[in-house]
Write a protein that binds this ligand. Structure first.
Ligand SMILES: [Zn+2]
Ligand SMILES: [Zn+2]
Length: 343
């Protein structure tokens, strides 16, 4: 029985285009107690592969975190399968604002220690003592409240292209870093202020809110369903949209536009731009913001040295890369000395 992917991304993209079906990009998460994550993982792979689901899904003893795409015509079957799993019955599905049939090209279901790399030792605090979940309407009210401190729980490269008005956007590379920095910065307001937090789809706030309550914050709120569901709600209920710019996402789309505001700058020339790219030099792959003019001038690269490598014949590039792993890529998200206009 097939339990793993056997198509390359390229082959898959060709198949999707050929089929010409509409796909839906969806994300959801659920904290639960899963006795045998490996078994659960195989169960999901077999059933979802059948439904032509593609995506990145993490399963752990603590639950599931899924980002995926599915043919629109299989949605009801997929939903029925979710409902057949006790703890996923009626789970909230965050449907992407901007659809792209190629958002995911492989089905990867992985067993992990945790469904979010939060760096927290869960045994040291009560993870079930979470903040108050609020919808878009209440969230807007809270934003306008002078006693509110609004905090973006995402990383610097995410909030750089879009965030809520007046939010604190910590300049951090990881979720773990932001937890400490926020606690330190807001230490004097543990009792008198409302700590209101948000993230992409809500999952990071699930742990963060419990952690801050444990650290002594008295009034902790979190945006249910994150930016994705907020956007749906303001559209459906005709509420004011207090988000500015783009929502960063972790698939091939890289982001989805929420409002027309462009709040970031090209990291190479400083002109207004909020388009993330990866450096075309395979050995670099740096994530950064690049305008079309700079992309042309730099041949889609982040620096002159990357441009030189990128222009070499492929075989020579491969020789240069030999022995150097991909380990630098993870730590180079949006930060490099070559980027003159990265704040
Ligand atoms: Zn530029
Ligand atoms: Zn580069």
């Amino acid at each position: 029985m097939q339990l793993y992917n056997n198509l390359s991304a390229k082959e898959r993209a060709a198949l999707i285009e050929e089929a010409g079906q509409e796909r839906l990009t969806i994300s959801f998460y659920k904290y639960a107690q899963i006795g045998n994550p490996e078994l659960f993982r195989n169960h999901l792979f077999i059933n979802w592969n059948e439904l032509d689901v593609l995506g990145r899904i993490y399963v752990a003893h603590e639950g599931i975190n899924a980002q995926l795409s599915i043919p629109a015509e299989n949605f009801e079957l997929f939903k029925a399968h979710l409902d057949s799993i006790t703890f996923l019955e009626n789970v909230r599905l965050n449907v992407a604002i901007e659809q792209d049939n190629l958002s995911f090209l492989k089905l990867k279901v992985k067993v992990r220690n945790k469904i979010v790399a939060d760096g927290l030792v869960d045994e040291t605090f009560d993870v079930t003592n979470k903040g108050i979940h609020v919808g878009a309407e209440k969230f807007n009210e809270l934003i306008d409240d002078p006693d509110t401190i609004l905090v973006d729980m995402r990383n610097h490269y995410e909030s750089e292209i879009g965030h809520f008005k007046n939010a604190i956007t910590p300049d951090v590379d990881t979720f773990r870093d932001s937890l400490d920095i926020i606690e330190k910065d807001l230490a004097d307001h543990k009792e008198d202020k409302k700590l209101v937090m948000y993230c992409t789809g809500g999952i990071r706030c699930e742990k963060a809110s419990a952690y801050y309550k444990h650290k002594g914050f008295k009034q902790v709120y979190q945006l249910e369903g994150g930016i994705i569901d907020y956007t749906r709600q303001v559209e459906n209920k005709k509420l004011e949209n207090k988000f500015l710019g783009k929502n960063f996402v972790f698939d091939h789309r890289r982001s989805e536009r929420i409002t027309d505001d462009v709040i970031a700058n090209c990291h190479q020339c400083g002109n207004p731009c909020d388009n993330h790219v990866n450096c075309a030099n395979e050995a670099c792959h740096l994530l950064f913001i690049q305008c079309e003019d700079c992309a042309k001038k730099m041949h889609d690269c982040c620096s002159d040295s990357c441009k030189e490598v990128h222009e070499l014949p492929y075989e020579e590039q491969k020789k240069l890369r030999k022995g150097k792993g991909a380990s630098n890529k993870i730590f180079k998200k949006g930060r490099s000395e070559v980027l003159k206009f990265k704040n």
